[in-house]
Design a protein around this ligand. Structure first.
Ligand SMILES: C[S@@+](CC[C@H](N)C(=O)[O-])C[C@H]1O[C@@H](n2cnc3c(N)ncnc32)[C@H](O)[C@@H]1O
Length: 400
C-alpha cells in the first residue's frame, strides 16, 4: 500500500482504509471533522470507518482520542459488537486499545466496519470563527488503526518517522518520543515538525508586518526553547542563535543535536546566564503560559534586561479563546473578566500541568516596561489559539 509521505497516511481509494501485515495503517491529524478522509464519515455523534483487511491481518484495534473542554465519552463497535468504551476528562488525550476477538474477524472477511460513537457531544455556545479543531465539537480522533501494533507508541514507527520527517525539520535530528511529548503534548512527529515550522513562520510574519528586517537581528534568544522545536528553523538565517530552558534534559538534547545554536539551562526563576543588553530579539512560545504570577513579573523584567535598547520580545499567551474560557470555574471567570491572571495548578509552574491565562489587559500591565507594537489574538501558530505580542524595549530604558 502506498504511503503519502507528506501526510503519513495511506493513499486509499475513497471510503476505505487499509491495513497490511507488517504495519498498521491509520488516519491521523488534527483535521476538522469536515476534513477527514472520505473513509471516515461523521454523522453527528458517529463515525463510520471502513477498513479493508486482508484475511491474515492481526487483530488489534486502537484509537488515539482527545476530548474538548467538556470531556467526552464514547464507545467503539466493530461490525455491530462493542469493542471498548472510554471516558475522557476535559482536554484529556488517550490511546484506547482493544484486541479484536477472532470470532468477529472470522465473521467479517474483507472489509470491516468500525463505528465510533460519542455519548456526550460538546457544542460550543458560539461557533468559533476560523477554527477547525474537532476537539471543540467534543472529540477528535487523531488516529485509528487495526493492525499488529500501536502506530503511535511503537518505537519502530517513531524512529522511522524521525527519519522520514528529518528533511522537513530543516534537516536536523528530531528528539526522542518522550521529549517530543514533553514539549508538544503528543508523540506525533509530523505535528512536532509542522507546528514548529508554523511557530517560526508566525514570528517572521509578525516581524515583517512591523517592518523588522532579519538582517537587523544579530543575536536571537529562544527563551523556554524546549527541545528546539522552533529554533531549528532559524538555522542558516543569519542571526547568532541562543536557547535557554529550565529543563536540563531538553537543553542537553539540544546541545547534542542542534550544534548551530548555543544552549543554556536556567532555574525556574531568573536570572539568565546572559549579560545585560545582549539580544536584538527574544521570543518565548508557550512559556509564560506555564508560570505563576510572581514569576511572570520576574521573567518579564529579566527579558527586558537581556534585550538591547530597541530590542524586540515576541511572547505568546493563552488569551480569551473560548476553549480556555469554558474550563474556568466561576471564580476564575470573574478574575479573567476583571483583567486578572488566572493560574491553574500554580504549584506545578514550569510544567505543562500549570496553566496560566492572560487577559490582554493583564498582559499590557505585565509588559509595561515595553512598548506594545502588536497584539494578535490567536496569532501564535503551532501553539493553537495562543495570542502573540510583539514588544519593543524603549531605547532609553533604566534596565538597559
Ligand atoms: C509548552 S513548552 C514550549 C517549548 C518551546 N517554546 C516550543 O514552543 O516548542 C514550555 C517550555 O517552557 C519551559 N519552561 C517552563 N518554565 C521555564 C522557566 N522558568 N525558564 C525557562 N524555561 C521554562 C519548559 O521546560 C518547556 O520547555
Amino acid at each position: 500500500m502506498p504511503v503519502d509521505s507528506a501526510t503519513n497516511t495511506s493513499r486509499t481509494t475513497p471510503g476505505t482504509l487499509y491495513v497490511d501485515e507488517d504495519e498498521s495503517r491509520f488516519v491521523r491529524g488534527w483535521h476538522g471533522i469536515e476534513d477527514w478522509p472520505p473513509a471516515v464519515r461523521w454523522t453527528g455523534k458517529k463515525a463510520l470507518v471502513r477498513i479493508e483487511r486482508p484475511t491474515t491481518a492481526p487483530a488489534h484495534f486502537g484509537l488515539r482520542v482527545s476530548a474538548g473542554p467538556a470531556g467526552a465519552c464514547g464507545k467503539v463497535e466493530l461490525d455491530g459488537c462493542e469493542l471498548c468504551s472510554f471516558e475522557l476528562e476535559p482536554n484529556e488525550t488517550r490511546v484506547v486499545r482493544a484486541p479484536v476477538p477472532a470470532r468477529m474477524l472470522a465473521r467479517s472477511a474483507g472489509d470491516v466496519e468500525v463505528v465510533l460513537s460519542v455519548a456526550r457531544t460538546f457544542v460550543p455556545a458560539r461557533v468559533l470563527p476560523g477554527s477547525s479543531d474537532p476537539r471543540e465539537l467534543g472529540l477528535a480522533v487523531e488516529c485509528l488503526w487495526l493492525g499488529p501494533q500501536d502506530p503511535i507508541d511503537s518505537p519502530m514507527r517513531y524512529e522511522r518517522n524521525q527519519e522520514r520527517y528529518r528533511g522537513a525539520a530543516n534537516d536536523l535530528p528530531i528528539p526522542p518520543a518522550r521529549l517530543n511529548e514533553l514539549v508538544s503534548g503528543t508523540r506525533d512527529v509530523s505535528w512536532y515538525v509542522a507546528a514548529g515550522r508554523m511557530g517560526f513562520d508566525a514570528i517572521l510574519a509578525c516581524l515583517a508586518r512591523n517592518g523588522v528586517e532579519l538582517a537587523e537581528l544579530r543575536k536571537v534568544l529562544d527563551f523556554g526553547c524546549g527541545s528546539g522545536r522552533v529554533i531549528r528553523y532559524w538555522k542558516g538565517r543569519g542571526p547568532q542563535l541562543f536557547g535557554s530552558d529550565y529543563n536540563p534534559e531538553l537543553v542537553e538534547w539540544c546541545r547534542g543535536n542542534l550544534a548551530f545554536a548555543e544552549f543554556a539551562t536556567n532555574e525556574l526563576a531568573p536570572p539568565l546566564v546572559y549579560a545585560d543588553a545582549t539580544f536584538d530579539l527574544v521570543y518565548s512560545l508557550s512559556v509564560f503560559t506555564h508560570l505563576d504570577e510572581p514569576m511572570q513579573e520576574a521573567w518579564m523584567a529579566e527579558l527586558a534586561r537581556v534585550l538591547k535598547p530597541g530590542g524586540l520580545a515576541y511572547i505568546t499567551t493563552h488569551g480569551d479563546h473560548e476553549s480556555y474560557l469554558v474550563t474556568f470555574d466561576e471564580r476564575e471567570r470573574a478574575r479573567f473578566d476583571a483583567g486578572l491572571l488566572v493560574v491553574k495548578e500554580a504549584t506545578l509552574e514550569g510544567t505543562n500541568t500549570c496553566m496560566a491565562y492572560h487577559p490582554s489587559d493583564y498582559f499590557r500591565r505585565l509588559a509595561r516596561v515595553f512598548e506594545l507594537l502588536e497584539h494578535e489574538p490567536r496569532g501564535a501558530k503551532g501553539n493553537p489559539y495562543q495570542d502573540s505580542y510583539l514588544l519593543r524595549k524603549p531605547v532609553s530604558s533604566s534596565s538597559s
